[in-house]
Design a protein around this ligand. Structure first.
Ligand SMILES: *[C@@H]1O[C@H](CO)[C@@H](O)[C@H](O)[C@H]1NC(C)=O
Ligand SMILES: *[C@@H]1O[C@H](CO)[C@@H](O)[C@H](O)[C@H]1NC(C)=O
Length: 326
């Protein structure tokens, strides 16, 4: 099977890793400027076709939505930091009512639309700006160039890697605990109804493993070993979200990033539409991630993890680009 061996251990031998008690850690990341700006904005094009109106005056289907991820869902967390992975200037936001906000797209992101469909009265605010009771609706911790690994994306400058996003969620939970006057059982009941969305990993390939002039991971790991290493870190990070009170968690696969213009511009030598070496490496990660999600649902009481297969949907986008107006 294509299952990375280390993850197979996690799944078959749960003594290997106590998922209910992972250690959390935060590392500082260096600031190093590089040349390339990751723009996966095209992915949002097919999401823009959603036409359902912004819901008014009704309670959302869930009380809150917390978002973890990279430039696909960042809505302004990188605006105040030193990085090339920043999008608070035109033409970003060209089709967005508030103009350039830090979203890496002309319009709404996937999670903006998700928030609308769930019936939230407003978009979920970036963690960098959320204050006080607004936190009850959730927060967006995503950061352009971020990855599962701390060093990922350093070629672009500063950003918040997943470990830091999880740490920031921990701070938010502490703030919520104060809003709930220290009543843990009410807080936990509340958090258990919230949706957590996590989409990471693209940059661990684009702005790490397949950027061999800047990172050494490609010479240290085979694609299989690298997928395993990523999944072990991600397993710990997602377990920490559970430990902090998250119960309904959407975990997103990596899309077909071997087909994005950024990659084709860097590697396209033989006129093919996609770089299959990258897509193949990502499939190893995605299949292990799917099994990790199944594993979480078995071992974490009350947990409902959902695997969102964005590899298949982005494949459809590439194969049927014309249908989507591209
Ligand atoms: C509530 O949970 C926090 C964090 O786990 C803990 O530090 C605190 O002691 C708990 N409070 C009560 C009253 O159990
Ligand atoms: C070049 O094209 C061939 C098939 O025509 C494909 O197998 C190969 O992976 C392509 N190269 C890259 C870098 O994608």
């Amino acid at each position: 099977s294509g299952l990375p061996s280390a993850i197979l251990n996690i799944i078959t031998d749960s003594s290997d890793l106590d998922v209910a008690n992972p250690t959390s850690f935060m590392n500082d990341i260096g600031v190093v400027m590089g040349k390339f700006l990751l723009m996966l904005a095209f992915l949002s094009f097919f999401l823009l076709t959603t036409t359902k109106a912004w819901s008014q005056q009704q309670e959302p289907q869930v009380p809150c939505l917390f978002i973890f991820g990279d430039s696909l869902v960042d809505n302004g967390n990188n605006n105040g930091i030193l990085t090339l992975a920043r999008a608070n200037y035109m033409p970003y936001g060209l089709d967005f009512p508030q103009g350039a906000t830090g979203r890496f797209t002309n319009g709404r992101t996937f999670v903006d639309i998700l928030a609308q469909l769930l019936g939230f009265p407003n978009y979920i605010p970036p963690y960098a700006r959320v204050r006080g009771r607004a936190l009850l609706r959730g927060a967006n911790y995503a950061s352009g160039a971020a990855g599962i690994r701390d060093e990922t994306g350093n070629n672009l400058g500063d950003h918040m890697p997943m470990n830091q996003q999880v740490g920031n969620f921990g701070r938010s939970v502490e703030e919520l605990r104060r809003l709930f006057r220290g009543d843990n059982s009410t807080l936990n009941a509340y958090l258990s109804k919230c949706i957590l969305y996590s989409g990471l990993g693209s940059n661990d390939y684009l702005n790490n493993y397949f950027m061999t002039d800047y990172y050494s991971t490609h010479s240290q790991y085979t694609p299989q070993e690298y997928a395993s290493a990523l999944l072990q870190d991600y397993c710990q990070q997602l377990s920490e979200l559970y430990k902090l009170g998250g119960r309904k968690v959407i975990v997103t696969a990596i899309g077909q990033i071997g087909c994005i213009p950024y990659q084709l511009a860097r590697y396209d030598g033989n006129g093919s539409r996609c770089n299959e070496e990258i897509n193949d490496a990502i499939q190893l990660f995605n299949s292990g991630l799917k099994r990790l999600v199944i594993h979480f649902n078995k071992v974490l009481p009350g947990a409902k993890f959902v695997f969102l297969d964005s590899f298949e949907s982005s494949k459809d986008l590439v194969l049927n680009a014309k249908t989507y107006g591209m």
